[in-house]
Ligand binder design. Structure first.
Ligand SMILES: Cc1cc2nc3c(=O)[nH]c(=O)nc-3n(C[C@H](O)[C@H](O)[C@H](O)COP(=O)(O)OP(=O)(O)OC[C@H]3O[C@@H](n4cnc5c(N)ncnc54)[C@H](O)[C@@H]3O)c2cc1C
Length: 380
């Protein structure tokens, strides 16, 4: 068991490998290179749901698989090894349903979670706005109470699956209430105007949307948790999701390493495989060492989460480090592959290069992770 800190992880890897060979590899290039305007892979999303890969760590009573967080991040790591865009489809399902699982009431959970887990409903985590990214508390989308409904107006951007989602966990201000609140919104109604953002660099199988919200209604009973706690719910959700992003980095970096080792053994220069050159060996050694550290940090954060311990610091550290390691490993992989790495016709390295870059941006940029880490280490 080369990479496992728990024997259960191997079963996850085996399950994903079978799925990837049958379902992902035949369509991976199609979804990556599809011309604009892009479609969302609805069939694949349903297949991921049917395989149990959406809501892997959600309790069975709500339609999930009831797996541990360590098993969940192993799922994401393995899916991202094969195709990070498809891994992201599952990770977004988790990001968007986590707040419902942890902060919604029983009625809301029963109403929405099972359909999110099966892939029947597509949920989105709707926080970021054109003028509120890292400064997430600064959202200006506002809900006004009108009888037993909220009437919501605003604009959101960079929302994973926001172009297709029929359910939103929406973070906004509520007029007359303090701070930010969270509202579950059924988006299939006039005024919820969504579009697919164009020319995304990587992770292309999972689309990203922009949303204009004009006089959209939601029942007041769809308030999630308490008024004014939305920012707290969002940050607690992101703590867990960051371990998932770290796992995305581990999967991508492992793929870059494996591709590099295989290529270095077969590519001949100056009469011998380039794997014999110390310059290449050192790149492989550095990739392998950093990857091992990223993997251990990622598993540690997940194990803390499984143990019910605090894990905010470790999740931020794992996300920061793993994203930078993925960037390093993919860059070295491209160097090892030379021209055959840069041109996507010849290898997967060009795709890995595009896919990994967002890991240092979404779910809190690397700078924001450093703020979180410093805040934990130094104290606020
Ligand atoms: C593909 C993709 C998918 C996404 N998915 C979602 C989603 O599903 N839901 C959602 O709500 N959001 C999503 N986001 C939004 C994402 O979380 C934000 O892009 C991210 O938080 C950064 O915000 P910003 O892009 O507005 O950059 P800004 O906040 O404008 O940051 C610009 C630069 O300034 C730096 N900076 C800002 N503040 C500080 C500070 N205090 N100290 C140091 N440096 C700072 C940043 O690190 C960055 O380098 C997604 C983004 C992308 C690209």
């Amino acid at each position: 068991m080369p990479y496992n800190s728990d024997p259960k992880q191997q079963a996850v890897r085996d399950e994903v490998k079978i799925f990837a060979e049958k379902e992902i590899y035949p369509v991976s290039e199609h979804w990556d290179r599809m011309p604009e305007p892009r479609d969302f892979p609805f069939d694949m999303y349903k297949k991921l749901g049917a395989a149990g890969f959406i809501g892997y760590n959600t309790p069975k009573e709500f339609g999930g698989q009831g797996k541990s967080n360590l098993e969940y991040i192993t799922l994401i790591e393995e899916l991202c090894y094969h195709d990070a865009g498809f891994g992201l489809l599952c990770a977004v399902g988790e990001l968007a349903s986590y707040p419902i699982l942890y902060f919604a009431n029983d009625e809301q959970k029963k109403k929405y979670l099972p359909d999110c887990m099966s892939g029947k409903r597509i949920p989105a985590f709707v926080l970021t706005e054109p003028n509120a990214g890292s400064d997430a508390a600064n959202v200006s989308t506002t809900a006004v109470e009108d009888g037993d409904e909220f009437v919501i107006n605003g604009e959101k951007i960079f929302i994973m699956h926001g172009d297709v989602a029929d359910l939103a966990v929406l973070f906004c201000k509520v007029e007359g209430k303090p701070k930010m609140s969270a509202i579950i919104v059924e988006t299939d109604q006039p005024g919820w105007d969504k579009r697919t953002l164009k020319n995304k660099m990587g992770m292309r199988a999972a689309t990203t949307g922009g949303i204009m919200i004009k006089d959209v209604r939601a029942p007041i009973s769809n308030l999630m948790g308490e008024y004014g706690k939305g920012f707290r719910y969002a940050m607690m959700t992101l703590d867990g999701a960051r371990i998932g992003v770290a796992a995305q980095g581990v999967g991508i970096a492992q793929r870059a390493l494996d591709e590099s080792v295989a290529y270095a053994k077969k590519r001949v220069a100056f009469g011998a495989p380039i794997a014999k050159l110390q310059a290449i060996q050192w790149m492989i050694a550095d990739m392998s060492t950093k990857l091992e550290a990223a993997r251990m940090m990622t598993y540690k954060a997940a194990l803390l989460q499984d143990a019910g311990e605090k894990f905010s610091l470790e999740a931020a550290q794992a996300k920061l480090f793993s994203a930078e390691v993925a960037n390093f490993c993919v860059d070295r992989a491209m160097q090892i592959h030379g021209g055959y790495g840069y041109i996507g016709e010849f290898s997967v390295i060009e795709k890995l290069y595009r896919d990994q870059r967002v890991l240092e941006i979404y779910e809190g940029t690397s700078e924001v992770q450093r703020l979180v880490i410093a805040g934990n280490v130094i104290g606020r």
